[in-house]
Design a protein around this ligand. Structure first.
Ligand SMILES: C[S@@+](CC[C@H](N)C(=O)[O-])C[C@H]1O[C@@H](n2cnc3c(N)ncnc32)[C@H](O)[C@@H]1O
Length: 169
C-alpha cells in the first residue's frame, strides 16, 4: 500500500529532521568562530536545544513576540523583537558576515505567508553569513552564495532544508 503522508507523518518527519539537522550543524560549526541566529523563538524548543548543545556560543533569537516556555526566554540583549524583515536588517550592522549557523523556523500552514517569509530570507540572510556558514530551514530557500546540502542520515529528504555558504568570501 502506497499511502500519502498524513499531517501526523509530516509533523513527525519534520521534527525528526529538525532534531537530526540541529545536532549535525552543532558539530559542523565547532571549529568555526561566529554567532548563531535562531529565527522563530516560538515555544523555545529549538532555542533550548541550541543553547544546550552550544553552551559557549553567542545565540541571537528573533521573533515578533515572546510566547515561549518561561525557562526558554532568551536574555534581553540577545532577543530581537519585531518582524524579521526589520530586525535582520538592523542585526546586519553588527553581525554582517559573522553568522556561522542560522536556523530559520518561521513557516506556517499558510502557503502565501510562507512565500513572504522565503522572500524576506532570500534578501536578508546572505549578507549575514560567514564563509562556510550553515543554514537550516523549515522552508526551502534560495540564498545567493549558498548551495543546498543533502540531509544527514536519519533525516527524511524534503522535511527540512540545509545549505552551506561557499567558503570563499
Ligand atoms: C513554528 S514557530 C517557531 C518554533 C520554535 N522554533 C520552537 O521550536 O519552539 C514560528 C515562530 O516564528 C515567528 N514568526 C513568523 N513570522 C515572523 C516574522 N515575519 N517576523 C518575526 N517572527 C515571525 C512566529 O511568531 C512564531 O513564534
Amino acid at each position: 500500500m502506497n499511502l500519502r503522508l498524513t499531517r501526523l507523518d509530516k509533523l513527525y518527519y519534520r521534527l525528526q529532521a529538525q532534531h537530526v539537522c540541529l545536532n549535525w550543524a552543532a558539530t559542523e560549526i565547532a571549529p568555526m568562530s561566529g554567532v548563531v541566529f535562531e529565527l522563530g523563538l516560538g515555544h523555545g524548543r529549538t532555542y533550548d536545544h541550541l543553547r544546550t548543545r552550544l553552551p559557549d556560543r553567542e545565540i541571537h533569537v528573533f521573533d515578533r513576540e515572546v510566547d515561549c516556555i518561561a525557562d526558554c526566554t532568551p536574555p534581553d540583549d540577545r532577543l530581537w523583537l519585531g518582524d524579521v524583515d526589520k530586525t535582520l536588517a538592523a542585526a546586519q550592522e553588527r553581525f554582517g558576515g559573522r553568522v556561522v549557523l542560522l536556523h530559520a523556523d518561521l513557516g506556517t500552514y499558510e502557503a502565501e505567508r510562507n512565500e513572504v517569509i522565503k522572500e524576506i530570507l532570500r534578501r536578508r540572510v546572505p549578507p549575514l553569513l560567514a564563509p562556510g556558514a550553515i543554514v537550516l530551514s523549515d522552508l526551502p530557500l534560495v540564498l545567493e552564495g549558498a548551495s543546498p546540502l543533502p540531509l544527514p542520515d536519519g533525516a527524511r529528504e524534503g522535511r527540512y532544508f540545509l545549505y552551506r555558504r561557499s567558503s570563499s568570501s
